[in-house]
Design a protein around this ligand. Structure first.
Ligand code: PNS
Length: 167
């Protein structure tokens, strides 16, 4: 089997705390161009996440249950080690604006330094999602703002659940 005949597996890593419609858009685009895409949720995030690792897995699996070539997993340690373990040759990252570029550029080049055989591919989400980030979603929701249409309905539901539990 030549390299071109091997299934092209991509990894889409992130914290997904929480999943936004921007992430969903990138995963759907990735699923259309790669044979399979593994959404790799970073387990040991530095700050305390709003959603536990288990909750983030549950949300993503629920949203992508109808997509046969989208897998949802968790990882810890170096991303490139995980990618190699999963036989992925591509890392997918979303680029929303120029402000994302510096951080993404550094990560892509560091990952290339660590694993020259793995390519980072940047994808742009649909324009209506270019200003959305997990951080802003959390902030806006916590302060009483509307996030409908910016996150999948299950995320909104879970955010409301957290709010109720606090009261
Ligand atoms: O959604 P995020 O927080 O922007 O995702 C960042 C992520 C998970 C892609 C990055 O922190 C990562 O790859 N962490 C794993 C540890 C690692 O490999 N670090 C070196 C990256 S160059």
């Amino acid at each position: 089997m030549t390299t071109s005949q091997l299934p092209r597996i991509a990894i889409y890593p992130g914290s997904f705390d929480p999943l936004t419609n921007g992430h969903v858009d990138i995963i759907e685009r990735g699923a259309r161009i790669f044979d399979s895409i593994i959404v790799a949720i970073l387990g040991n995030v530095e700050k305390t996440p709003l959603f536990s690792e288990k909750e983030r897995v549950e949300i993503l699996r629920n949203v992508f249950k109808g997509h046969a070539n989208v897998q949802v997993e968790t990882f810890s340690g170096l991303l490139v080690d995980y990618a190699q373990l999963k036989k992925a040759s591509v890392i997918v990252r979303g680029l929303r604006a120029v402000s994302d570029f510096e951080y993404e550029f550094q990560m892509a080049l560091m990952n290339r330094h660590l694993a020259p055989g793995i390519e980072t591919v940047f994808m742009m989400p649909a324009e209506q999602y270019t200003y959305i980030s997990s951080r802003l979603i959390k902030e806006v929701f916590t302060l009483g703002g509307e996030v409908t249409g910016l996150v999948p309905p299950i995320v909104e539901e879970k955010l409301r659940g957290k709010q109720k539990a606090k009261k």
